[in-house]
Each structure stands twice: as C-alpha cells, then as structure tokens.
Design a protein around this ligand. Structure first.
Ligand SMILES: CC(C)(COP(=O)(O)OP(=O)(O)OC[C@H]1O[C@@H](n2cnc3c(N)ncnc32)[C@H](O)[C@@H]1OP(=O)(O)O)[C@@H](O)C(=O)NCCC(=O)NCCS
Length: 162
C-alpha cells in the first residue's frame, strides 16, 4: 500500500539516496556527480510553496519522489513546471512513478501550473513508458545536447497540458 504525501525535511536523506541511484545508473540525468547532504538541503529549501516535492512511502519507507522545479525565471513562463521523478532501484517498474506523477499533476493544477515539461533520455525505457502512459507528448530531441562522462548525449523534451 503506497502513501503519497508532501516531503518533510526528515525525508531529505532518503530523497538523496534515491536521486544518487538515478545519477549512478546513468539513465536519468546529465548530473555526473552524486549529491551531498548540503546540496540536497539547499535543493529542498528552494522547493517550497508551489514548487512541491512529493514522496511515495511503502511500509513507512520512502521509495520514490517527484518534484516540480521552476522552468524559467521569466514571468511569462510562470505556469510551466519542469518535473523530476526518481524511484528507488528496488521499486522501479511497480507503478510507483505513475502514482507519484498523477498526484504531482493534481498538485500542479492546484498551484496554477497549466503545463509540465521534462527533459529525458530517449533510451530511458521506463521513463518513456511512464511519460507516454500518462499522456506526455514528445516535443523533439536535442542532438548532442549534453556531456556525460565525456560523451555527447541526446535529450528529449516532452510536455503535457494539465
Ligand atoms: C523512470 C521512473 C521514474 C518510472 O517510474 P516507475 O515507477 O518505474 O514506472 P511505473 O512502474 O509507474 O511504469 C510506468 C509505465 O512504464 C511502462 N513500463 C513498465 N516497465 C517497462 C519496461 N521495462 N520497459 C518499458 N516500459 C515499461 C508501463 O507502461 C508502465 O505502466 P503500466 O505498468 O501501468 O503499464 C523510474 O523507473 C525511475 O526512477 N528510474 C530511474 C530514474 C529516472 O530515470 N527518472 C526519470 C528521469 S527523466
């Protein structure tokens, strides 16, 4: 039984552990270096108000998280949220990401976001499965958009009108 709830500062360490798994697995982000506690605390503190962080809890254990990040500092883009979703390695492919993202969309609508965007790797099969299932549209692929371990990586932009 999963519980989806707002993140508390006592969740920061578990959020960090799950984020670092995504970084180490080289399937989710162009971030190359794992994150320390200070980085994660600062990230948590910048995610207040409408920039929500949700966690998924199973049997009292945090097994995944999702967040709305600012897309742009320009006020014209105030209603566009950039999203992140990370699930613990042992819990991927079990429906946690779907439940988290659905709740994140509800939270986004409450806070007057009209669109979510995300940037993902075209080879991230589970990510593609999740986003397409929930109705995210492929906007396009940036070729050689970023460097990871010295190699160019393509990045796919996706969007959903909420
Ligand atoms: C990507 C991620 C967030 C998806 O969350 P998840 O909990 O694993 O996804 P779900 O179990 O909800 O699956 C979503 C859909 O993907 C599809 N899917 C499941 N397993 C799949 C697989 N092995 N290959 C392709 N598609 C798959 C299914 O359509 C599934 O929905 P369904 O089971 O109702 O049919 C998660 O796997 C993860 O954290 N990965 C590492 C970090 C990451 O890549 N984050 C995203 C950065 S863009």
């Amino acid at each position: 039984m999963l519980l989806i709830r707002g993140a508390r500062d006592t969740d920061i360490e578990n959020i960090r552990l799950i984020y670092n798994q995504g970084i180490e697995d080289r399937i989710a982000t162009l971030e190359g270096a794992t994150k320390d506690e200070a980085y994660m605390r600062n990230w948590f503190e910048t995610h207040q108000g409408r920039y929500q962080i949700l966690v998924a809890e199973a049997n009292g254990e945090v097994v995944g998280w999702a967040a709305i990040n600012p897309y742009s500092s320009r006020c014209a883009y105030d209603g566009v949220g950039d999203i992140s979703v990370y699930i613990h390695r042992n819990w991927r492919g079990k429906g946690v990401g779907s439940q988290l993202l659905q709740k994140l969309e509800e939270a986004g609508k409450e806070y007057k976001f009209y669109k979510f965007v995300l940037f993902t790797f075209p080879f991230n099969k589970l990510g593609q499965g999740l986003y397409r299932k929930l109705g995210y549209r492929e906007v396009g692929v940036f070729h050689n958009q970023g460097l990871l371990d010295g190699n160019f990586i393509d990045v796919m932009a996706m969007e959903k009108l909420l």
